[in-house]
Design a protein around this ligand. Structure first.
Ligand SMILES: [Zn+2]
Length: 113
């Protein structure tokens, strides 16, 4: 049920923003999601359809763009994009890595009228 609270959050942010700008109709919400996020886009879409009824976001579609996993190597200092199933530095093969991208989940932009 993790997705439900996340979806409620998205809806709240979108509706607050629409109200602030006095906009009636949110058409599209662009979301960025890191590949390490365990949220299921299908669930988010499903919940959004239900909970957005009667709001400014009722007709909005949700577009989720996946962000690749990026790490910084503690040993050689290199920053790389790596595959989730190959957690090592492509430069020096160290597994002493700090994740700098991959866990995020946020609204990137909205299209409104
Ligand atoms: Zn390295």
């Amino acid at each position: 049920m993790h997705e439900l609270s996340v979806t409620e959050n998205i809806l709240k942010i979108a509706v607050d923003e629409a109200k602030k700008r006095k906009l009636k109709n949110i058409l599209k919400i662009n979301i960025r999601m890191g590949v390490l996020s365990d949220l299921l886009p299908e669930c988010i879409n499903y919940y959004f359809k239900i909970i957005s009824k009667g709001t400014e976001a009722e007709n909005a579609c949700i577009v989720i763009e996946k962000l690749p996993l990026k790490v910084k190597c503690i040993d050689c200092g290199g920053e790389s994009e790596i595959a989730v199933n190959n957690f090592r530095c492509p430069i020096c093969s160290s597994q002493n890595l700090k994740i700098i991208q991959g866990n995020e989940f946020y609204i990137d932009s909205m299209e409104v009228e």
